[in-house]
Design a protein around this ligand. Sequence first.
Ligand code: FDA
Length: 497
Amino acid sequence: PSGARIPVLVIGTGYGGSVAALRMARAGVDVHMVEMGMAWDTPGADGKIFANTTRPDHRSFWLRTRTKQPLSQFLGYPLDKDIPCYTGILDAEEFAGITVYQGRGVGGGSLVNGGMAVTPKRENFPAILPSVNADEMYAVYYPRANAGLGVTAVDPAWWESTACYQYARVGRKHAQRSGFPFVFVPNVYDWEYMKQEAAGAVPRSALEGEVLYGNNHGKKTLQKTYLAQARATGRVTISPLHKVTTVTPAAGGGYTVMIDQLDTGGAVTATKTVTADRVFFAAGSVGTSKLLTRLRATGALPGLNDEIGKGWGDNGNVMCGRANHMWDPTGKLQSSMPTAGIDNWAAGGAFAEVAPLPTGIETYASFYLSITKNPHRAQFAWNAAAGRVELDWQTAWKQPSIDMAKSIFDRINSKEGTIYRTDLFGAYKIWGDHLTYHPLGGAVLNRATDNYGRLHGHPGLYVIDGALIPGNASVNPFVTITALAERNIEHIIAADL
Ligand code: FDA
């Protein structure tokens, strides 16, 4: 309720926010979570909560009148179409040089992501988070995160035989024929459910291609894991369709938080004010960075230091497809949940996810999302005249990522006598270099905050999401975001609460 005083307010319900809420609630603290997106707990007119990947509708995009699909073209035909403006699930947020895809709703990115749950190699960890004790992370917090998220490995015998991973087996064959290490990657999908899907015993979800606009059945999103456990404590409340706009020190201590209530068309229907003793920024790398950059620049939080907004990276994301020969079909049935990658990080700076292309038809295409060691870092800045936060990433900064991805795919193409697909991101365009799925940084650990996420200059304010990680995780990031949140919140509960 407006005007209330509460002990803890958490901004955002993604990985960082969900970990913080569960652990503080279990320690006996009442937590209120504020989420700008919808609850995603009610079926639409078609009986489903989420729209299919191949049939986007109003539920699919955050306040857009036209879809902006990551794969914008197929066989030269543009795929985007008009949709009603709605507080949908996937935000394609456009900055000058990059489109940043993010999940919107209770569960954050867990609603829309591929569920790939990768713990980085131990040897790569010092470069990811240099100030964090790696022994503790690998002994305690990565295992805790993997358990909390419900991460498991696919049954190898089933994987070898099922039609829906034909595309991944082709990916393995081509990786190994060129001498690259092929690695299996765990996932948060319920593999028993997927087996039942393949057997025709239950409604299809991963095998219906559901991923980008939500998953109706088998994926263990945060709604089913951390947030379900947080709610079970009886100490956590969540306000969906509420967006935090301002945080500023309150006269009697604590922080005054201003919140806009939204309708499903995006209009503000009410403005509320609460006072919280502690505020956790868990709005995602972009959401947290935008808030803190504006609040510092406008004087709402004058004590924040000049590291705010710095150290942002795209996790080196770049996409491409390859055109296979007719003897290497990738299958018309493709599970939307990836299970594998090609690891050329040490030699070439690239880790490529063998990704699905679930079109429902045989395409003879292999599709990859590469994570690369891109050295560029961008900065958020407040544009007072325009009244918005801007990001100075440049499209040309993807070139090192393309070069690193080529360290894998040029060799495979040469060995197989194949070529890149040129029809997926435009006409005659090979590289999907216009986007990221993995925004990281902007309020970097041990720079903008102390070594546990306490913001410098304002006691009682914390960052606990992907904004803490300085731009690159060497693999898909949510396990690392979750593990770091587990580490930080344990320390904060013991020392501050
Ligand atoms: P996250 O973005 O999850 O949550 C932030 C929440 O805060 C959102 O719900 C947002 O709506 C809310 N919010 C923002 N501003 C707010 C405000 N002012 N007021 C109130 N609420 C606000 N990773 C991985 O490891 N494996 C994978 O397979 C994939 N695949 C993938 C696919 C796609 C399509 C995407 C878009 C992303 C992935 N990812 C991924 C990335 C992964 O989902 C991402 O790294 C995490 O969700 C980030 O977690 P955070 O806790 O940082 O924020």
